[in-house]
Design a protein around this ligand. Structure first.
Ligand code: TEU
Ligand code: CA
Length: 572
């Protein structure tokens, strides 16, 4: 018998991007009262845990990922009391809450940095990474040079992200203690864990080895856009890797994560840590460090296909199984940093069908699923082609670099910025077909434009009571997952390993075996059950059929599965 699973293994997580979720006080910005008002919606949707993108005070160069006070609440989101009410109300509905902890860097307006930059001999002088002159050609992944001059101190500081996000010096034990203090502050209030931001960026190569890519950041971005042949694409991918390899994934994390784990373990109730990285090494021996890392390789592809999924699962699950204490996976197809699932994995002809298949995929694979707010109603990327409306600093920086340094024509530059910006996938949640999608009152201009497709059915209210809607589909799937222990906990056993058009697999616990079939093709298929000894002669009890057609029960020799259909059945 395996030990019983922890709550974060069986839970479905839902990411809230607070600024864009629900605006209760009508200032165009999401807030805690707004989030509280949507908790019934989330509980009814059928998710189990919420991850909040940063809600801390921030000058918002990176919309909360530049934190100026780790123990506060951004005033536009409400007060600490509002946060506590949110947590209490979420817990009252059996919804766990994890927060976003940004370890690598603070805001340049954080008091720690203000003190550190004030002189070379203040008590926090060594809390950040200071040098007399830039020691290498390292780039910041958001705005070019990684070393920025501070006139007050007459030195340069290092930043992997924007210059408003100075990297902390994690070799200084005081930094660690201060940050653990912040973690304790929220744990004391009762939060259930943390998503750890950008953990791969915490340590740098101590030898400060330069990169050898013959381009700077803007040049490399531009080269990526212009790469068309497979050879060119491979080359720019290698360049991306080479440009940042000395600034990422450096040793030291095991000790650091063990330390943070120990802090969490001072608290009852299995507080959890999920790292924003795909590297399974961060899970240590499988216990005592991170509980989860994201399976980003699943979504890092141009197209989700059955062979891609099979390869991905084979590799990830094998690595997790090799850990001394068996590791647990974590699947996601979207977050606030990337193109929305609906847009990204569509083929322009069957976007709706593919969105449904891919939702079923993350909710039936072995591992903890993470959903991103809005995907359940089919929100799509919204391209902001007027550069003055961009809010994502990395995009405004890139637009300026294209026009000023690379002499790209402004129209073309605007289009490229619209495509690369994360604004497109952070637009306000669409609650109804009222003006502003019901996010803010009609007369208000929300912080980012609302995608006008709220008027075309892409909103909660229109989908709420429509059994054929995507929202109802998510709700049904989440209920099936909750009712079938094999789907939440079971082993993953792939079937029909060479099929290109469909993915078939079993999920299996001692008391239950569930078959999942995802037809990724536009053709109806007759799934030959006699091809697999695991299926032959078994009785099927249909749990879910996306087409809503007749249930298929009994012990047929073959299963008729419609184009893009999802079929889930219990084997008896
Ligand atoms: O992201 C880290 C990360 O590496 C991503 O930057 C990603 O490469 C980028 O967003 C691609 O567009 C985390 C947060 O999720 C992100 O929102 C923050 O901007 C970043 O850290 C800095 O805190
Ligand atoms: Ca508001």
């Amino acid at each position: 018998m395996n030990p019983p699973l922890k709550w974060w293994q069986t839970a479905v997580f839902y990411q809230i991007y607070p600024r864009s979720f629900a605006d209760a006080n009508g200032d165009g910005i999401g807030d805690f009262q707004g989030m509280i008002s949507k908790l019934d919606y989330l509980a009814d949707l059928g998710v189990d845990a919420l991850w909040l993108s940063p809600h801390f005070p921030s000058p918002n160069w990176d919309w909360g990922y530049d934190i100026s006070d780790y123990c506060g609440v951004a005033p536009e989101y409400g007060s600490l009391g509002d946060f506590q009410a949110f947590l209490r109300e979420a817990h009252a509905r059996d919804l766990r809450v994890i927060l976003d902890l940004v370890l690598n860097h603070t805001s340049d307006e954080h008091s720690w940095f203000l003190e550190s930059k004030s002189s070379r001999d203040n008590p926090k002088s060594d809390w950040y990474v200071w040098v007399d002159t830039p020691p290498n050609n390292w780039q910041s992944c958001f705005d070019g040079e990684a070393w920025t001059y501070s006139p007050e101190r007459g030195q340069y500081y290092y930043h992997y992200f924007m210059k408003q996000q100075p990297d902390l010096n994690w070799h200084n034990p005081q930094v660690k203690q201060a940050m653990w203090g912040a973690a304790r502050f929220w744990l004391d209030l009762g939060v259930d864990g943390f998503r750890l931001d950008a953990i791969g960026t915490i340590y740098e190569d101590p030898a400060l080895t330069p990169h050898r890519v013959p381009l700077n950041l803007a040049g490399l971005r531009r080269a990526s856009e212009l790469a068309t042949t497979p050879a060119e694409r491979t080359r720019v991918e290698r360049y991306w890797h080479d440009m940042f390899k000395n600034q990422l994934g450096q040793p030291g994390m095991h000790d650091l994560m063990k330390d943070l784990r120990a802090v969490l373990d001072e608290y009852p109730g299995d507080r959890m840590l999920v790292g924003e990285d795909d590297n399974i090494d961060y899970m240590g021996t499988g216990e005592g460090e991170l509980n989860l890392v994201f399976n980003f390789p699943l979504m890092r592809t141009r197209e989700i296909t059955p062979p891609h999924i099979r390869r991905n699962q084979k590799e990830r699950l094998a690595r997790l199984d090799e850990l001394p204490v068996r590791g647990w996976g974590c699947n996601t197809l979207g977050n606030h940093d990337c193109t929305r699932l609906y847009s990204r994995f569509g083929d322009r002809a069957h976007d709706a069908e593919l969105a449904r298949l891919n939702a079923a995929l993350v909710l039936t694979l072995r591992g903890t699923p993470f959903l991103y707010n809005g995907e359940e109603i089919g929100m799509t990327d919204f391209l902001i082609t007027d550069p003055s409306q961009l809010r994502d600093t990395m995009a405004t920086w890139y637009y300026a670099s294209l026009v000023n340094d690379l002499k790209v024509e402004p129209g073309e530059a605007a289009l490229r910025a619209a495509e690369m910006t994360r604004d497109k996938n952070r637009t306000p949640m669409q609650w109804s077909n009222q003006p502003n999608g019901g996010f803010s009152p009609a007369e208000v201009t929300p912080w980012l434009p609302v995608n006008p497709d709220y008027g075309a059915g892409v909103n909660v209210k229109d989908q709420q009571d429509d059994p054929a809607s995507l929202l109802s589909y998510y709700r049904r799937l989440l209920r099936v997952r909750r009712s079938a222990p094999a789907l939440a906990e079971g082993e993953y056993i792939p079937l029909h390993l060479t099929a290109k058009a469909y993915l078939a697999f079993l999920r299996k616990v001692e008391i239950q075996t569930v078959l999942v079939v995802l037809n990724y093709s536009a053709k109806r298929l007759d799934l030959d059950l006699s091809r697999s000894s695991q299926l032959r002669g078994h009785v099927l009890r249909t749990l879910f059929r996306s087409s809503g057609r007749a249930r298929l029960d009994g012990s047929p020799r073959s299963l008729p599965i419609g184009a893009f259909e999802v079929y889930i059945a219990e084997l008896g």
